[in-house]
Design a protein around this ligand. Structure first.
Ligand code: COA
Length: 361
């Protein structure tokens, strides 16, 4: 099958396995359910990096904290041109200032980069002073502190960790494939990560959760859901947060994130209502999609509850793709190293279907 390379196996990997029929995700030997909500992002990054770098410390928390501090000190200089870009574009531009390398030092700076750059860009765009990283904090707590300028609660840091772990790796998705292609040329880790960011930002991949908020805001009230969704489909639009290339059942990441949002909503006055509203929209969308596309199983994907979780953590919707990159960068780096260590140059063939040269008269 050439169309979208669906079903083509383009790499062997030890990093993650997506079972689209069973709705299961394995990250380096662990089921997602056993990692998300129980592990910090830095522990899953350690799990993904293990064996791909010579000098790995036993715990990445401090090394990643120091990488955040170094990246902030060496790289964050936000000029007027960057302020005009979207947060993910500005983050990509800042990341491009990091030199290419293949070792752990380069990898840790890249792991830190979206986490440092997205809060810095958001604050600069809002005319606020930047909040430098604190190397002693866990990654998720420091991201929230750099974004909002105040310490995060334990529950908030745990919710962000659940998200970052959930999206840390996911087989040969478009951005990871892009990163592996670039890594296979031996261009270096920064180049591979930039390829990943560029592929991630499209609305068919990591750009969907912002539009999920637009959809929820457009619907406004549960009783409007059916008519609003039907009208969107009549206009030929896709429902953001639904459908997946690999999953033919519920995306397992959706339920992990829904559980994380539910945990966060305990003790909140506003969040339970927002969750109930989102559930009503989800139910209406699934009913309509089943009616309209009986032959194509379309279920909820990771982006729907991502939107709710990141909104509850006060990330502006324009940053959602950048927050996705904060987690997925771990997978890009690990895949890039796996490709470099054990792979060959990726160079597939194309079938020429254009005109043949005319015969000379
Ligand atoms: N809403 C409505 N219809 C959808 C749909 C959605 N979210 N996702 C797929 N479909 C329909 C398509 O219109 C198509 O119907 P058709 O055959 O009658 O034209 C059919 O399902 C197959 O779609 P296709 O584009 O071939 O699937 P894909 O595997 O290439 O696409 C996605 C996967 C994720 C790009 C797609 O489901 C989508 O656009 N989803 C919305 C964006 C999103 O949530 N992205 C985040 C992904 S994690």
């Amino acid at each position: 099958m050439i169309d979208g390379l669906e079903g083509v196996i383009a790499a062997n990997t030890v990093l993650s396995d997506v079972d689209g029929l069973a709705g299961r995700l394995i990250i380096r030997g662990y089921s997602l359910d056993d990692l998300a909500g129980r592990t910090r992002f830095e522990d899953v990054a350690h799990l993904l990096f293990d064996g791909f770098f010579d000098d790995m410390p036993s715990d990445l928390t401090r090394a990643l904290g120091e990488a955040r501090v170094a990246v902030f000190a060496e790289t964050v200089a936000i000029d007027a041109g960057l302020l005009k870009l979207t947060p993910v574009e500005a983050m990509r531009a800042l990341t491009a200032r990091l030199p290419d390398g293949d070792g752990l030092g380069a990898a840790l700076k890249l792991l830190a980069a979206p986490a440092v750059f997205i809060p810095a860009v958001v604050r600069a765009q809002a005319g606020q002073s930047l909040v430098p990283p604190d190397a002693t904090l866990r990654h998720s707590a420091d991201i929230l502190r750099m974004l909002r300028g105040r310490p995060a609660s334990e529950a908030e840091a745990e919710a962000l960790d659940a998200y970052l772990v959930t999206v840390s790796d996911h087989g040969l998705n478009a951005s990871t494939f892009a990163a592996r292609v670039v890594a296979s040329t031996q261009a270096g880790l920064t180049s591979a990560v930039l390829a990943g960011v560029s592929a991630l930002k499209g609305p068919l991949h990591g750009g969907a959760p912002g539009p999920v908020i637009d959809m929820l805001d457009g619907i406004g009230r549960p009783e409007n859901a059916r008519a609003w969704l039907e009208a969107a489909l009549d206009r030929g639009e896709r429902l953001m947060g639904f459908g997946h290339r690999v999953y033919r059942v519920r995306d397992p990441r959706a339920d992990v994130l829904k559980a994380a949002v539910r945990r966060m909503s305990e003790g909140s006055n506003v969040l339970p209502g927002r969750v109930a509203f989102a559930e009503a929209v989800e139910t209406a969308a699934l009913t309509i999609l089943r009616d309209r596309k009986p032959d194509r199983p379309l279920d909820i994907n990771v982006e729907f509850y991502t939107a709710l979780l990141l909104e509850a953590l006060a990330f502006p919707p324009a940053t959602f793709t950048g927050v996705f990159a904060m987690g997925r960068v771990a997978g890009w780096i690990a895949h890039a190293r796996e490709q470099l260590v054990g792979g060959r140059l990726i160079r597939p063939a194309s079938r020429y279907i254009g005109p043949r040269p005319r015969q000379a008269a």
